[in-house]
Design a protein. Structure first.
Length: 450
């Protein structure tokens, strides 16, 4: 599907998409998963009275396809659906209930024609929707996508596997194949699990979480980062509960870190997440495991295999008052070099804000080449001289506008702040917006990775 992230287009028009009904209520918005999105206003009525329609995609009659989109509403209980348009006739998805938080909606259908348009039917309820990251892929699994604006809270304890000693991991059990599960530092950051399987049944190597409280018939989304020592390993998620196990589909694992996700409907009030790793003769590394209520996974990244895009992110290069490859665009008199408060190396940024607008104290990177529509993870290490300060990230693209992260509250210990966003153009400048609070910050090791 072309322009599924809706970044291409101008004004209130979106390349490769048509407004077939209710066009005047469909406009551009920056209330998005990252960048530019669609806002669709419906007065309530028939589903087809507000329709956003893709260009035709080539499909194979009789094959299955899965559509997905991120969507939220101004009020709870809005009703939307997917459908298709083709010469052979429309196919209709089930009604989906949309609330005020970003959620991932998916629909699998069997194609009835060689050319198919994906249709978003938004007219049923008197609501205003924001939509982003629309996708259509062959098969029954939705494309992996993250909405950095979605508020997904991790239900698992120690999902990053940092707590524990030796080859043990707090809040996790080795139910089968325990001798092959050990600690490793080949990770997304810090400590992770290495699991060795000789090949056999999926359940012969199982890593299992402590029980978490779940609501029967509600959706939950599991996620983990994983890689294998050889390509084409097979793993899956499953659950364990008194009501019986639920099994995810098989996932094919390569030799690079990849994120896999699985959304399921809970069948019990207490549920364990299970990683079934026994199928293939492989050695896996597993990290950043999460479980969240709803169709959105916890936002996470694993940058180990991605090249660093920020030049001088550690601020080691520069003279006594400035930093190479960075511009002090606002509040330059508030930004200086710290040699005593560093996270790594011998230099860091010291920013003494007096409280006001976020942009009153800003540090800007040189322009960085990126790929339009691709997701990037921006991070920095930061602490405050006093607690309670508020900072954020932002971006700027030539001719493509700005993006803003949510604000982060900063304490007095070093902490890493991250933001995942979809690039709006081929070149981006990064901003550290530090002016909101009357706090002195120390900043080090700024990173951008795809």
């Amino acid at each position: 599907m072309l322009n599924g992230n809706l970044s291409a287009g101008s004004g209130d028009d979106f390349d490769n998409w048509g407004k077939w009904n209710g066009a005047t209520g469909m406009t551009e918005t920056t209330d998005s998963c990252g960048g530019r999105a669609l806002q669709a206003v419906s007065a309530g009525g028939e589903a087809y009275e507000v329709q956003f329609v893709s260009d035709p995609a080539t499909t194979i009659v009789g094959d299955e396809y899965t559509a997905s989109m991120w969507i939220k509403s101004d009020l709870d209980a809005g009703i939307v659906r997917f459908s298709t348009n083709s010469t052979a006739g429309a196919i209709y998805g089930a009604n989906e209930s949309i609330d005020t938080d970003w959620k991932l909606v998916t629909w699998t259908f069997t194609a009835n024609d060689t050319l198919t348009r994906l249709v978003l039917d938004l007219g049923t309820s008197a609501r205003t929707y924001s939509l982003d990251s629309i996708a259509l892929v062959a098969g029954t699994e939705a494309i992996t996508s993250i909405c950095s604006s979605a508020s997904a809270v991790d239900l698992l304890l120690n999902g990053n596997l940092s707590a524990g000693s030796g080859d043990e991991f707090d809040n996790w059990g080795k139910w089968n194949g325990g001798t092959g599960m050990t600690e490793t530092t080949d990770s997304c950051g810090g400590r992770s699990l290495q699991a060795v399987s000789g090949g056999g049944a999926a359940h012969e190597v199982q890593f299992v979480s402590d029980p978490v409280t779940t609501v029967v018939d509600e959706l939950y989304t599991a996620s983990m980062w994983i890689k294998g020592d050889q390509a084409d390993g097979i793993v899956r998620f499953s659950t364990n509960s008194t009501a019986g196990a639920i099994y995810g589909g098989n996932e094919t694992i390569g030799t690079d870190w990849q994120q896999i996700m699985w959304t399921f409907t809970a069948n019990d009030t207490s549920t364990r997440l299970v990683l079934d790793l026994g199928t293939s003769d492989r050695t896996y590394n597993v990290d950043s495991i999460s479980l969240a209520a709803g169709g959105a996974s916890v936002s996470s990244s694993c940058p180990e295999n991605s090249p660093e895009l920020v030049v001088n992110g550690g601020f080691e290069l520069g003279d006594a008052t400035t930093f190479l490859n960075w511009n002090q665009v606002n509040g330059s008199d508030k930004i200086s070099v710290s040699a005593s408060e560093t996270y790594n190396g011998s230099r860091a940024v010291e920013a003494a804000a007096i409280g006001g607008n976020e942009w009153d104290v800003q540090l800007e990177s040189d322009a960085i080449t990126v790929e339009t529509g691709s997701n990037y993870t921006l991070s920095m290490w930061i602490k405050g001289a006093t607690a309670g300060g508020s900072v954020r990230f932002s971006t700027s693209y030539s001719g493509s506008g700005q993006q803003y992260s949510s604000s982060s509250t900063i304490g007095t210990d070093w902490e890493q702040v991250t933001w995942v966003f979809a690039a709006n153009g081929p070149s981006v400048n990064l901003y550290l917006d530090l002016g909101a609070s009357a706090v002195t910050y120390y900043i080090d090791d700024v990173s951008l990775k795809k």
